[in-house]
Ligand binder design. Sequence first.
Ligand code: GAF
Length: 389
Amino acid sequence: MEQQITHSQSPEHIAQLGAFKAEVVINSPGRVNLIGEHTDYNNGFVMPTAIDKTIQFYLKKNGTPSQARITSLNYDSHFSFDVATYDPNGAEWTRYIVGVVEEIKKLGHSLKGFDCMMYSNLPMGAGISSSAALECGLAKGINELFDLGLTDLEIIKLSQMAEHNYVGTKCGVMDQFASVMSKENHVIQLDCQSLEYQLLPFAIEPYKLLLLNTNVSHSLSTSEYNVRRAECEAGVALLQKWYPEIITLRDVTLEQLQKHKADFDPVVYKRCEYVLEENQRVALAAKALKAEDLKTFGTLMYGSHEGLQHKYQVSCKELDFLTDFSKNYDAVLGCRMMGGGFGGCTINLIHEDHIDAYVEAAKKAYHKQFNIKLSTFTAMPANGGERIH
Ligand code: GAF
């Protein structure tokens, strides 16, 4: 049987949450991305959706002028801070929280004291964006609790800025957008430049999305992420010599890039080439999805992985192993690494009748190769963050 990652909601947790008497409860999801990786911060195209793995936030005002008390039930950790003053010295997970509060304050809102309990069934570090679920869920919860009137777009952008300014990852907008704007049974085709989007119906029966979690998270992920972003910006700066109108890689054609190949540092060149090709793959994938041509869609997923592995170089041996492994199975139409890279999950487009046998074989092979346990779960498109109480 496929291994399910479940809420480990113990009777004590349920009792604690009952006694807490939340005024506001928010369900905030993680996301998958079908295709369009590392394109968002280059103003390109992506195709994510929220999934049914979430962080739940239970919030209430606590009557203090400015004391925030946060509890993570999963980790049994507590953390308090003063919402009126900024202290940069917190543990990493607390920086997402303080960052969201600071970014809300920058929009001119002043907050009072509140208590917040969090409960998650979203695996951390698996590349399914527990960080966006955390930022956006908290922002939405504070918005509802204090009736701030923030729009969805403000929640998305302030959450992204919390990650830039208080965590240090210069992420794009994809994860926050998916966590807030997704709709059940649809994927989002998002233009990260204009933030215009289409909800594409996602009827892929008898296929399913299967995530294989490598359970590795290599320490390079944040530093290399920012390096990739800088490499893309270096490519743009060079191209501006000939094309001053260019602002991001979104404005560049493959022909323009190829014409100046000799002037490029070879590493920067292949980064830029990957991004332009990946944008094209997203457009082709949207077309294939609309035509219910899942075979083509799957081939594009493999193309995306190939680019991420060789040109963008954000994959790792565990992700490459699982992607190569999938190629031996006709039931898998496509597979690729997902998210920032250097660990986390592969996303697989697989025939539902073959999931159990495939998972068993993949677990065995993965364990034999790396001596690491593979965890797996299916994920289908779900709604973005919602107030459920
Ligand atoms: C991470 C980032 F947060 C996203 O913005 C995106 O760039 C992704 O990596 C790669 O596509 O999830």
